[in-house]
Design a protein around this ligand. Structure first.
Ligand code: SF4
Length: 184
């Protein structure tokens, strides 16, 4: 299986979720938000097709990373491939964040027709949802570009019939992946 990426994996990010993270920049986005910072990631024919086995090998080699963040682009447009990568990353002790221009509720609807979306959601710890809205842009919105976007605790929300927001706490950062061992 292949995934279309906009760039190489970006290691050691401290702005795309808590702790030190590796960002996977997916290529292709249908939302066209006014003021988007990554317009070069919109073209579904852009970027480069990469075999996900190569991504898994890169995950094997990660050191001192707390988690993986899927961004883009909209990762939900390649949910099947993202699911395979996310599922593998969780077996390595990495937590999963994902940015999307869809709302959580829209994804649940889309998931009725595209099972890969629900599969991918089931692997995600925190979903940053919704389009970037220039009129709601805020530099104070942690891990978000605009205040309409939510940081959703996906596992808790999927287990109930309501949306639970993620609560920031140091307990969210409990382990580093170092070589092939987990040090807690
Ligand atoms: S969803 Fe993200 S990548 Fe897509 S247009 Fe909006 S801000 Fe840009």
């Amino acid at each position: 299986m292949k995934i279309r990426l906009a760039a190489d994996l970006q290691k050691d990010s401290i702005v795309d979720g808590p702790g030190i993270r590796t960002v996977i920049w997916t290529q292709g986005c249908p939302h066209n938000c006014f003021g988007c910072h990554n317009p070069s990631t919109h073209d579904f024919n852009g970027g480069e097709l990469i075999d996900i086995d190569l991504i898994k090998e890169e995950i094997d080699d990660l050191v001192f990373q707390n988690g993986i963040t899927f961004s883009g682009g909209d990762p939900m447009c390649q949910a099947d491939a993202c699911y395979e990568i996310a599922k593998y990353a969780t077996t390595k002790g990495l937590n999963i964040w994902c940015y999307t221009g869809y709302t959580f509720e829209q994804l649940l609807e889309l998931g009725k027709k595209k099972k890969g979306i629900l599969d991918f959601l089931s692997c995600i710890d925190v979903l940053v949802d919704g389009k970037f809205m220039m009129e709601k842009r805020s530099l104070d919105a942690k891990y978000c570009g605009s205040t309409n976007q939510r940081l959703i605790d996906v596992k808790k929300s999927l287990a109930s019939s309501k949306v639970y927001l993620w609560e920031d706490s140091s307990s969210n950062i409990i382990s580093f992946k170092r070589n092939k061992h987990i040090y807690v």
